[in-house]
Design a protein around this ligand. Sequence first.
Ligand code: FMN
Length: 207
Amino acid sequence: MQRILLLECGPYGRQSRGSRLAQELVERLRERHPQAQLVERDLASEPLPALHAAYADALVAQAPGDDPALRLSEQLIGELENSDCLVIATPMHNFTVPAALKLWIDYVLRIGRSFAATESGKVGLLADRPTFVVVSSGGFYRGEQARQPDFLTPYLRHVLSTIGIHDLEFVHLQGLVRGQEHAETMLAQAREQLAFNPYLAAQGEYS
Ligand SMILES: Cc1cc2nc3c(=O)[nH]c(=O)nc-3n(C[C@H](O)[C@H](O)[C@H](O)COP(=O)(O)O)c2cc1C
C-alpha cells in the first residue's frame, strides 16, 4: 500500500464520529504500511465548485483530458489513480450522500475516462483497491430499528463499481442522535467489524 486517499464529507470535521473512526482506520493501515502516504481531501470545508455548462459540455462531448473545463475533474481522477486505498467518511444526508460528496462523484465519474460505455453496460476504467466507507447517521436505516430507507449504501456501491472499485467495506455508525454512550457502543461495534477486514488483519498476512 503506497498511498491512501481519505475523503472527508461531513460538516463537523474532526468532531464527527465518522471522521474519528476513519482517522483511526487510516492509522491502523499506516501501522501495517508505514511507507504509505496519506492524501486528505475535505469536501465539506473546501467544497468543490458547482458544475458549470463548460464542464457539462466537455463531459458529454468526451472532450480530451487537456480541455481546461476538465482540469478539476482530471485532478480528482488523478488523485484516485495515484492512490491504492480509498477511505470515505460520510454522513447520511436525507437518506443518501451529502451534496459535497455528490459533487465529487459528478467530477470523477466521466464517460470515456473513469468508465467506458459498452453494449453490456458501463465498465470501470480505474484499478480496484481496498476501500472503506464509514457512514454516520442520526437515525437507523438498517436492522430492526430502521425507520428510513437507505439510498446511500446501494448508491455509493454502484457509483464506485461503475469506475472499477469493487473491494468495499461499509461501516455503519447509526443512531448517533442518541448521545455519547450510544455513539461509543456503535464505535466499538465498528472496530470489532473492522478487526475482521483482511487489510487490517495481523501484520504480514496481506501486506
Ligand atoms: C442536512 C442533514 C440531513 C440529514 N439527514 C439524515 C438522514 O436522512 N438520516 C439520518 O439518519 N440522519 C440524517 N442527518 C443526521 C446526520 O447523519 C448526523 O448528524 C451525522 O451523521 C452525525 O455523524 P457524525 O458525528 O459522524 O458527524 C442529517 C443531518 C443533516 C445536517
